[in-house]
Ligand binder design. Structure first.
Ligand code: ZN
Length: 485
């Protein structure tokens, strides 16, 4: 998953502390298999040591194109702990791991997932090796530490803690460490959903896609992803007459395409809010400084002029927020011509279109044609369907959202903003099956992104303390949703 947190604000002095630990009860008295149970007493110090061990081991596998060794490691940890795990692979080197803790069946299962693959690395950019999992100055360095080996590890630790404490469950808890999320969903979640869906079929799902945002070392807010955009490609193809470059032609395909791309680039489609984005901006306005809060309020205005002015400011200063307001269009590839003395008969541009979930696809294409406004330039979708399927959204009034919000309050002591990701995650495939999914992520410093330590950046790092806090956060959510009452 790829995204950039554009927003930072408020100079906070106080460090947000994790809320007080859940009141511990003796584990021995807590459990009656199949019956109601109290929250078990958990020795978090021991959990932290083990978390770091597994996390470092998983980061040390180079999973840029081959997840098998990491998958085998995870399977062994689960098997050794009495949680039988299965591997599913469309391609031999790229298995996903699935394991299940059985509940009493009163509720439908909960799926907790994290992808084991990562984007590639440029070795020359890393101070510490990208697969070294070096611990330095309170951080762990390595490709995937915040995308998405933190989720994969936190979900794994949650399974182990549930099992060791014999926590009685009202629903099955299913663990999934999937391959191929970074551009090859076909081998991972695509394959599982198409061929092995009963193994991961769940009412709710927790995956990557959110962040807890820190600034100056203090937690500012938590974003949890309840919906995401749907990626489509649209191609513009200009046709003209070919000829000798020494005789310019009015029909030159490159000239027509260039003008069309210019018009598309200057176009921002109409603002289209949904439950998530409207809530996001409304809540953001309550915690932002007044000068920024005004823009977040104004984009919600029924007066299109007011909303448009705020959108202009966002586009200039917080482009991610501007994208969240609408279906976005970005011309990202342009192709045409092969010799300087030949006028080509065709030129093509590819637009990266990220649709809001309720966009009318054919109508949107018609709008693109209208903006292009040139009979010599044709517009069509690059593929028959989306690169990711069209997902539904997680409801904000659901048991799932409440559980996540309560866990945010308890562990991070901050406000929860539901968000719409401008990018796409493996939740898209899961959501199409009717599973309600929420994306979460460990806490990151906004300053760190600017320094090149963000997701998919030259380097990646995660605070050790935030890894451990994230395990607690995962635990709280799963405990709330699955423990037998
Ligand atoms: Zn990811």
């Amino acid at each position: 998953m790829m995204r950039w947190v554009a927003l930072a604000f408020m100079v906070g002095a106080e460090l947000a502390r994790p809320a007080a630990t859940e009141i511990a009860r003796p584990a021995a008295t807590a459990i009656a298999q199949g019956g109601a149970s109290s929250a078990p007493a958990i020795d978090w110090k021991t959990v932290e040591e083990e978390t770091m061990r597994h996390f470092q081991a998983i980061v040390r596998f180079d999973t840029t194109a081959k997840e098998r060794p990491a998958a085998e490691y995870i399977k062994k940890v689960l098997d050794d702990n009495g949680i039988p795990a299965q591997m599913y692979s469309l391609e031999p080197d790229r298995p996903s791991v699935v394991a299940r803790l059985k509940g009493n069946g009163r509720k439908r299962p909960l799926l907790i997932m994290g992808h084991t693959d990562t984007v590639t690395v440029d070795l020359s950019k890393w101070k510490f090796g990208p697969f070294s999992a070096t611990r330095d100055g309170g951080y762990v360095y390595g490709r995937g530490v915040i995308d998405d080996k933190d989720n994969a590890t936190a979900a794994l630790m949650t399974m182990l803690v549930l099992k060791r404490n014999s926590v009685a469950l009202d629903r099955d808890v299913i663990y999934l460490a999937e391959s191929g999320e970074e551009g090859n969903a076909r081998v991972g979640i695509g394959y599982l959903v198409a061929q092995h869906f009963p193994e991961i079929d769940a009412e709710y799902c927790i995956a990557e896609g959110g962040d807890v945002i820190r600034e100056n070392g203090a937690v500012k807010y938590a974003e949890v992803e309840t919906v995401e955009k749907i990626p489509y490609g649209i191609e513009l193809v200009a046709h003209g007459i070919s000829g000798h470059g020494s005789i310019p032609l009015k029909s030159n395909a490159i000239v027509h395409l260039g003008a069309a791309v210019g018009r598309i680039g200057a176009w921002r489609p109409d603002i289209k809010l949904n439950e998530t984005t409207a809530t996001y901006f409304r809540k953001l306005a309550t915690i932002a400084p007044p000068e920024q809060a005004k823009y977040y309020r104004d984009v919600l205005s029924p007066d299109p002029k007011v909303a448009r002015a705020a959108d202009d400011w966002l586009f200039e200063n917080e482009p991610r927020h501007s994208s969240m307001l609408r279906t976005s269009v970005s011309p990202n590839i342009i192709q045409g011509g092969y010799r300087s003395n030949v006028i080509p008969s065709e030129a093509k541009a590819t637009l990266d279109v990220r649709m809001v979930p309720d966009e009318d696809r054919p109508a949107f294409l018609e709008q693109v044609k209208k903006i292009v406004n040139d009979p010599a330039v044709d517009a069509h979708f690059a593929t028959a369907g989306a690169e990711r399927p069209a997902p539904g959204a997680a409801r904000l009034d659901s048991e799932l959202f409440r559980a996540v919000e309560t866990a945010v309050t308890k562990i991070y002591n901050t406000v929860t903003l539901p968000s719409m990701s401008t990018g796409a995650t493996d939740m898209a495939q899961v959501r199409t099956k009717g599973t309600q999914c929420i994306g979460i992520g460990s806490a990151i410093d906004v300053e760190d992104q600017a320094k090149g330590f963000g997701m998919h950046s030259d380097q990646e790092r995660l605070l050790e303390s935030e890894l451990h806090r994230f395990v607690r956060f995962n635990w709280e959510i799963v405990n709330a949703l699955a423990r037998a009452r």
